[in-house]
Design a protein around this ligand. Sequence first.
Ligand SMILES: [Zn+2]
Length: 450
Amino acid sequence: MPKSFDKGFRWVTDPSVQVEDTPETSQESQEPETSQESDAAPKGPVQGTGMPADQGTVAAWRPARSEPVINFVDSLIATAVNEGASDIHIEPREKELHVRLRIDGVLFKKPAPPIKMHPAVISRLKILANLDISERRLPQDGRIRANVSGKQIDLRISMLPISHGEKCVIRVLDSHAISVGLDQLGMSPGTFEAFRSEILQPHGIVLVTGPTGSGKSTTLYSALQVMDGATLNICTVEDPVEYDLASINQVQVHESIGMTFAAALRSLLRQDPDTIMVGEIRDEETARVAVQAALTGHMVLSTLHTNDAPSSITRLVDIGIEPYLISAAVNGALAQRLLRRICENCKEPMTTVPESTAVYLEKHNVEPRQLYCGTGCEVCRHTGYKGRIGIYELLVLNEELRDIITHNPSLGDLKAASKKQGMHTLRDDGLQKAFQGHTTVEELIRITES
Ligand SMILES: [Zn+2]
């Protein structure tokens, strides 16, 4: 796997490789390529879905089809997929090009080709994604389907003009990564059982909350897989539909033509649904339809952007839903974050804890216990971490909490009541996972205290 990357990069320092003129200078003299020439062009493992452009109906600059450029793009995508990156950043600076991969939530710099190669790399990606290669002043979005090591990978491309050219960010949508069983997300046995029981209720709303990148979608998809698609009508409203799910009806939101979350949700209710997954509740209209759906006998799963589970209740009040409706409709809320896992290959018991860890434990009155860390090795790129584990805070609404919510409590009161009813906070779960040797307190601080 790093092999293909190395191979793709040999040319960067190889003086025998000539980089052709940048598109700016060669554009006018360049004829549109015929499909015959296109066929003769070197082809890597990455093939675009944008077939018309790839076959020459759109003029393509020759530099974008030069072997080094194709090799670079192919090997970059292959490396990203093989190293489990979620995003690829190609960033033009004044004098150099930066290439970074986001792995386990953190950006890592990678070797990059010379800046003069940048326009050709961008053109190559635009051709693959069937975007307009002559448009360099407006943002563009597209998709590429790639075949990497026999795996079908979808890539979402975002082009944004910045000071020194177009910045490209590629989101890697690995459908294998989302087909994770609910029991493999890292929930403690108690949380797992309680969450599973909530989503299998015949009706109600279950919310998953957390900031962007906290793994909410994966949890929702895992939850849908627990349900029986053969006997239930399971529908989703998403923006965008990123992954294709078997035996589930997925609806794409198109705000520009009036197909909003709320409009799609209303139509879905006329489609005899059992379970509805709404990508996100961010306005009163969507929240209101979701509540009505739950109160009329449907199970609704959705996400909110709040920091903790009790806040999802007060957020719904802020959006404009009456507390008595929330109390009646919502079954529970799960707050979550993703923490990096300690690399199993270099994990060791800590002999001394970092000062910030000691301060954190003392601040929260936690008795110090044995902690672990990764010392760094080849496997984890010398970070001490490999992969991620979720930490969870599940609020289940029992009769007492429903009664309290009806009286529109302050967030502080609701938090206190939730803890009194036995809710374990994100911190409790994170500390437990640190003491179990899955992650570190440093990581818990980094993710939850920032
Ligand atoms: Zn390691």
